[in-house]
Design a protein around this ligand. Structure first.
Ligand code: FES
Length: 264
């Protein structure tokens, strides 16, 4: 699907918890075509003199109303600025961009592993899955566990883990993955979150002879394949046995078995 550029007015922009926010936008073309795991590249009004946009995973899309929703964390100047914008302000969006998740085949149970607000990138996948879903959400504290009610409302079996034990299992979310895979005959594993978590997911599924789809957390500049700032090394079926690919074009979602974590 060819990406488009769309001026998207803010419908609502609200704090969820801690430093996490949700912004709903009217973006009819992108909402109609976005696939789970794809992202949009956003230019903020106060940063129009900047060449670079900022990538945001798409949380939800409602084609019937043309509503596109993003979840973000205020981590710097740009997202702090975004958090202060109100209804009616227009954001310049480019999207949908990248290669997202496969929809789980009928007969398989989707096992979603998400760290922090990485869960936003998996919501559409759970919503569009034809079969049962187990959603494993992890964070440092209870404040980092997002969308628990939203995933539960989709009928998912939601399980929680926090590093400090303030909610759910005390430990890392991959502890929950071990247990979920023990209980699931035909899992379709997908993951999104910080790279150390993704690396642990890749190792765990590999030990079990399974694959997974992981959305890599990589810095981006142009977002459209022009600058090569986002290359990662993957195993490839060529004479060298590997290749560099652009996360923004070929990813951000890749098969876990192809990712070469410890090679630049
Ligand atoms: Fe420029 Fe990927 S961000 S090529």
């Amino acid at each position: 699907m060819t990406p488009c550029q769309e001026k998207a007015p803010i419908l609502r922009n609200q704090r969820l918890q801690g430093s996490y926010y949700r912004v709903d936008l009217r973006a009819e073309q992108i909402a109609a075509t976005v696939a789970p795991g794809q992202f949009v590249h956003v230019q903020l009004p106060a940063f129009e003199h900047h060449v670079l946009r900022r990538p945001f995973s798409v949380f939800n899309a409602e084609p019937a109303t043309g509503t596109l929703s993003l979840i973000y964390k205020t981590v710097g100047e740009g997202t702090a600025h975004l958090s202060g914008l109100g209804a009616g302000v227009g954001l310049d969006l480019l999207g949908p961009l990248g290669h997202g998740y496969s929809v789980p085949p009928p007969g398989q149970t989707a096992v979603v592993v998400a760290g922090g607000y990485g869960c936003a990138a998996t919501y559409l996948l759970v919503r569009r899955s034809p079969g049962p879903c187990i959603v494993l959400l992890g964070g440092r504290t209870a404040e980092d566990l997002l969308l628990v009610d939203e995933f539960t409302a989709l009928g998912a079996d939601v399980r929680l883990a926090t590093d400090d034990g303030s909610r759910g299992h005390r430990g890392v979310v991959t502890d929950l993955l071990e247990a979920a895979l023990e209980q699931t005959a035909n899992p379709f594993v997908v993951a999104c979150g910080p790279n150390p978590m993704l690396k642990a997911v890749c190792r765990l599924v590999d030990r079990r002879g399974l694959d997974a789809e992981v959305s890599l957390d990589h810095a981006m500049c142009c977002g459209v394949g022009a600058c090569f700032a986002c290359v990662v090394k993957l195993t490839a079926d060529n004479a060298d046995g590997w290749e560099y690919v652009r996360t923004c074009k070929s990813g951000p979602v890749f098969p876990a078995r192809l990712v070469r974590w410890d090679e630049g």
